[in-house]
Design a protein around this ligand. Structure first.
Ligand SMILES: NC(=O)c1ccc[n+]([C@@H]2O[C@H](COP(=O)([O-])OP(=O)(O)OC[C@H]3O[C@@H](n4cnc5c(N)ncnc54)[C@H](OP(=O)(O)O)[C@@H]3O)[C@@H](O)[C@H]2O)c1
Length: 351
């Protein structure tokens, strides 16, 4: 590729925004050229506006960049990643799309709209077919593509290899890391030496998003997977990586060994096309009885691979297993970068 594509990040100062900054360092296709955030940060040096909460300091290539107001304006790149708080993302992402930008978003606001793809490239790359309808319905040159909630994507990657066996019912209990709540997130007095059995709106998101992601694109529309999903969501005091215990009822009963093979063999379009940040294997099956674990496994394949373990029979539904994915990489910034890579590889970023 000769010239890199300029990209911007909306919400660049937050937890996921910083992960975008990190993921885009040295990217072979994309050049991080623009940073946007709220009026509180606009006009400041990035290093002063962002309370850097990743290892080390803000990269030198962005530290002195001036944070812009999150408004479509001259100089803003066509391709925009969004890591804005949901209270702001709805209107601002629409404004960018109306102005002709391609918004690849992490925020929840547009995920469930019928004409917006909720993309996991290994699972539902064909859902991009809905973009034609989005542009036509809304009469605008720009577009919005979303990635799932951070806990949903772990579940979806754990379930996708089993789709061929006919998923009928799913029960999931999450143990979600502190970084999932953004910065500053939860008060230390609430979370240290504790677990909190409630994350507002999370259970509903997992239940609905999973059906959409695993649905089929038929006759120009996304038809949700007709499986019931029930979620219990808990915040625990790990830093990164959402761990989830899953039970599943399947139409076929292929046996534990067939499930393990399905996890091991699972690949998708990003692997076929060798996209720059695609993991070689999107799902890693771990045979050890006490894995996956957030501290040991969340960074599998640079945080882009989900890990599955403890596959066994379930006396209530048919089978059960544990799945883990890094919430700010595979569950947010890394997911969006992979989405943009697929869009580019498919020629969809060109106006
Ligand atoms: N954390 C995760 O694991 C995770 C995973 C998947 C998806 N998400 C989603 O990603 C988004 C960001 O989450 P986060 O955890 O990074 O949150 P965060 O740390 O609270 O960061 C929020 C970002 O939004 C910006 N923002 C707030 N109000 C704004 C406004 N009116 N206009 C423009 N920008 C505004 C903030 O800018 P200032 O610094 O200027 O206030 C900041 O950059 C949310 O929609 C969240 O639901 C998060």
């Amino acid at each position: 590729m000769s010239e890199k594509i300029a990209v911007g990040v909306l919400g660049a100062t937050g937890t996921v925004g910083q992960q975008f900054v990190t993921q885009l360092q040295g990217h072979p296709w994309f050049d991080l050229a623009w940073l946007g955030a709220s009026a509180r940060s606009a006009g400041k040096r990035y290093a002063d506006a962002a309370h850097w909460n990743q290892d080390g300091s803000a990269p030198a290539s962005v530290a002195d960049m001036t944070v812009q107001e999150a408004k479509p304006a001259a100089g803003a790149p066509r391709l925009m990643f969004s890591a804005m708080d949901a209270s702001a993302a709805g209107a601002i992402e629409q404004a960018f799309a109306r102005a002709g930008h391609f918004v690849v978003s992490n925020a929840r606001n547009h995920r469930m709209l019928p004409d917006v793809p909720l993309l996991v490239p290994e699972i539902n790359a064909d859902h991009l077919g809905i973009l034609a309808a989005q542009r036509k319905n809304r009469g605008r040159p720009g577009a919005i593509v979303t990635n799932p909630n951070c806990s949903t994507i772990a579940l979806a990657l754990g379930l996708a290899p089993l789709k061929r066996f006919g998923i009928e019912k799913v029960m999931v209990t999450t143990m979600q890391a502190i970084s999932g709540a953004g910065y500053p997130g939860l008060p230390a007095m609430d979370i240290v030496a504790n677990a909190i059995p409630y994350i507002g709106g999370e259970e509903e998101k997992i239940e609905a998003e999973t059906q959409k992601i695993l649905g089929d694109f038929v006759d120009g529309e996304i038809r949700p997977l007709p499986a019931v999903v029930s979620a219990h969501c808990n915040r625990v005091q790990t830093i990164d990586g959402h761990l989830e215990s899953v039970s599943v009822a399947l139409a076929q009963k292929p046996g534990v060994d067939a499930l393990i093979r399905a996890f091991q063999d699972f690949r998708g379009i990003p692997q076929e096309k060798n996209l720059p940040t695609a993991p070689a294997r999107p799902v890693h099956w771990l045979p050890e009885l006490d894995r996956p674990q957030p501290r040991r496994d969340a960074m599998s394949e640079n945080g882009m691979a989900a890990s599955v373990g403890r596959v066994r029979e379930c006396p209530v539904l048919d089978y059960k297993f544990v799945v883990l994915a890094h919430n700010t990489i595979r569950g947010a910034a890394g997911a969006a970068v992979l989405n943009a890579e697929l869009l580019h590889a498919e020629g969809l970023l060109t106006p």
